[in-house]
Design a protein around this ligand. Structure first.
Ligand SMILES: [Zn+2]
Ligand SMILES: [Zn+2]
Length: 77
């Protein structure tokens, strides 16, 4: 029996996720995603799949990485 650190639910089928040596306890994947999934730098959605990493930023898809890359190039110009 453990308590979900996101919603506080006491659930007998809770599970732990270890990230960077820290253990997080959740009652559902929804809560785990809410707490741990990175956010796409372009559209702001949760990156639940592999995502795309470019210049240290994380995007949900190559299309978002491309859009953001184009914006940065324009900003620099
Ligand atoms: Zn929860
Ligand atoms: Zn995106």
């Amino acid at each position: 029996m453990a308590t979900c650190e996101v919603c506080g639910n006491d659930y007998d089928k809770s599970f732990d996720v270890v990230r960077a040596g820290e253990t997080h306890t959740f009652d559902s994947f929804e809560c785990a995603i809410h707490a741990l999934a990175p956010v796409c730098e372009h559209c702001g959605c949760r990156v639940v799949g592999h995502g795309v990493e470019a210049d240290g930023a994380i995007y949900c898809c190559a299309n978002c990485a491309k859009h953001e890359g184009e914006k940065r190039l324009r900003d620099r110009a």
